[in-house]
Write a protein that binds this ligand. Structure first.
Ligand code: PEP
Ligand code: MN
Length: 363
């Protein structure tokens, strides 16, 4: 389905678009203090969770509807637009009643098409910007599905938030970024703004700036960051929140990139480099096709001699040799292995087809 999105506010997207505020609204004083201090740092949208989807019951599940009145005060007294998370019909109606400017759909909601559809149905006929976080699991289609459901409800002011994906095992992140998934999403929806929620990717303070910078280097349109007046005392996500001052410091150190340049020399130079890259990509494809044909030939030969397709010793020899060679050329082991694995899988598939043909002929 072809989809065209509209800017969240006004005629053009403001870049970078900065969203900040506490993980949760806790008290009226905390919300207003954070908003006042963040307004001084220059942000575009104030966030605060009113209903919190917690992993275990008994944790702080959000202050609920009374907090919406505090967000209304932020808007009236501090002059910042506000956003909060909605996960069901009641959340949507309450948030609209209190004049929340932007709604966001959380990662635990995006995973569930029933919930996304419920929110979409509640939004039918309403003109409000909606931000859609990636699902908790690394599933591009679920993310796209949520965008499509909200779009079909008539919402045109949509943006997405990349907050990382849950991961089994040790990592330095709370939610691993897997940048490629977000890049793939942009390939499907080129004019959809994308913001990086560096707080939920990191889960800790010390690498917030690094991840924000990576996102900006990848041409992201903005950031969503959790900010609290006394982060260590926060009722949720204490380890990843920073003070408004620390937020200002982070912002000052970030390099905001332009997405393009009017300078003709710049365009010419980039064109030249891109042209070379296109040529190399074409050569790579040519070589891959050649390699697959050879593998297929080997498959046929193995078939005639009745030899099994996968020869584990051969595979480890290839990997060892290539990673050693790659290292000399400045390529990481991980990169070389990923590519080889994909090539190897395709070779096996081709060779299995050869055997399969034989079985079919025999039967
Ligand atoms: C949040 O923004 O506080 C939140 C709950 O985020 P997520 O849905 O990304 O986990
Ligand atoms: Mn949070």
């Amino acid at each position: 389905m072809s989809m065209t999105f509209q800017p969240l506010f006004g005629h053009a997207h403001k870049r970078p678009f900065l969203i900040a505020g506490p993980c949760s609204a806790e008290t009226e004083a905390q919300v207003l203090q954070t908003a006042r201090e963040l307004a001084l740092q220059g942000i575009d949208l104030f966030r605060a969770g009113i209903w919190k989807p917690r992993t275990r019951p008994g944790e702080f599940e959000g202050i609920g509807t009374p907090g919406l009145a505090w967000l209304r005060r932020v808007k009236e007294e501090v002059g910042l637009r506000t956003t909060t998370e909605v996960a069901n019909t009641q959340h949507v109606f309450e948030a609209l009643k209190y004049g929340i400017d932007v709604l966001w759909i959380g990662a635990r909601t995006t995973v569930n098409p029933f919930s996304v559809q419920e929110v979409a149905d509640a939004l039918r006929g309403v003109d409000i910007p909606v931000l859609i976080k990636n699902p908790v699991n690394p599933d591009l289609k679920l993310w796209m599905g949520a965008i499509e459901r909200i779009y079909k409800a008539g919402i045109r002011r949509i943006a997405v938030i990349h907050r990382g994906f849950s991961h089994h095992g040790e990592t330095r992140y709370r939610n691993v970024p897997r940048w490629q998934i977000a890049i793939d999403l942009k390939r499907h929806f080129p004019d959809l703004p994308i913001f990086c929620d560096n707080s939920h990717i990191c889960g800790r303070r010390d690498i917030l700036r690094e991840v924000a910078q990576q996102a900006l280097d990848l041409n992201y349109d903005g950031l969503m960051t959790e900010v609290h007046p006394s982060p260590d005392q926060a009722w949720s996500d204490a380890a990843q929140q920073i003070t408004p001052l620390q937020y200002g410091e982070m912002k000052a150190m970030l390099q905001f990139r332009r997405s393009g340049s009017e300078d003709p020399n710049f365009a010419q130079h980039i064109d030249h480099l891109r042209h070379q890259i296109d040529e190399i990509d074409e050569e790579i494809l040519q070589l891959l096709s050649h390699r697959m044909n050879l593998a297929q030939g080997i498959g046929e030969y193995k078939r005639r001699n009745n030899i099994a397709i996968v020869q584990p010793t051969r595979w480890s020899e290839i990997v060892d040799k290539a990673t050693a060679e790659g290292r000399k050329k400045g390529l990481s082991d991980e990169f070389v292995e990923t590519i080889l694995r994909a090539i190897h899988q395709e070779s096996i598939r081709r060779q299995s087809l050869v055997l399969h043909e034989e079985t079919q002929q025999a039967s």
